[in-house]
Design a protein around this ligand. Sequence first.
Ligand code: HXC
Ligand code: NAP
Length: 293
Amino acid sequence: MDYKAKMLRDDALKGKTYVVTGGGSGLGKSMTKYLLELGAQVVITSRNLEKLEKAAKELEEQTGGKVLPLQCDVRDYDAVCEMRDKSIEHFGKIDGLLNNAAGNFISPTERLSSNAFDTIIDIVLKGTKNCTLAFGKYWIDHKETQKTVLSIVTTYAWTGSAYVVPSATAKAGVMAMTRSLAVEWAKYGIRFNAIAPGPFPTKGAWDRLLPGELKEKFDLSKKVPLNRVGDHQELANLSAYLLSDFAEYLNGEVITIDGGEWLKGAGQFNLLEQIPEEMWDMLEMMIKSKKNK
Ligand code: HXC
Ligand code: NAP
């Protein structure tokens, strides 16, 4: 068995229904595929209906599961409520929401228009708020329990990051919302968690974060102590677990899955990794020779 293997047993999500925002591409599509393989039914939603319908057909053929593609811009609260109502009308109930939709691009912040900054905040923070509020209020009003919300953030939600400032700002907000509601809405039987992934190659992210030659210039796997990028199945395994009832006691957690990437950047002496093995004898001697001097 290796890290690309599927983790949960086949029927782990039988009878469950989830909504995955941004479920028609990238990581959202990979996570949706695994939810279906585990027996769940899934609503995938984003702005591009044609893309969603194509993905839904492909996923149904691959897994034998049921997928409902629904167009919805998460920035529009009324559209989100309509998407929620159609989802419930179609599947009868929704057990979990996976806030995965996002927008991002690299830019020096002084080059951004106010609208450019707002666009990212609106998709990531306001979009996550819109979906969370729409589903949360419904579950609370209808006294439905054993529900869960999982949001995809990033490791720079903690650290911040230059050149992706709107995204870092918005993801930090999503993390705060996750932890806050984990406490406030636990009494209604709703759990909140988040995942902070390191680099997991997708076309959507790589085209906007490593455009053109940057893909060759900046090999993100070199920043990771484990020396590789993430495999989509590794994220799918973690998200399926967090959305499942096996994670009933997990609430308010933000789990990093990045091969140690952000800690490598953080540790003050981590750069000593560059020192060759044979130099350590000499360095040790130099340090010891300073004893009592
Ligand atoms: C400066 C830019 C820009 C750029 C757009 N804008 N791209 N400014 N540099 N590269 C400005 C525009 O000029 C405009 O401002 C404003 O942003 C809105 O642009 P639109 O194109 O009208 O927006 P919209 O059609 O809503 O598209 C949103 C988008 C786009 C975010 C700009 O890229 C998109 O649809 N992204 C969705 C998918 C995505 O981003 N996936 C990556 C997620 S990766 P003005 O003032 O001119 O009107 C991720 C990974 C994190 O989050 C961690 C990885 C390790
Ligand atoms: P992606 O394929 O570009 O995914 C983004 C998705 O969001 C798309 O399906 C897009 O669909 C949807 N979307 C964007 N704006 C929307 C809106 N206004 N309303 C509804 N849907 C919208 O990129 P990805 O790499 O898979 O990213 C998925 C998630 O992982 C994001 O939250 C991202 O921040 C996070 N993440 C990714 C990485 C990585 O290395 N890939 C690392 C850390 C975190 P439409 O264009 O059809 O709307």
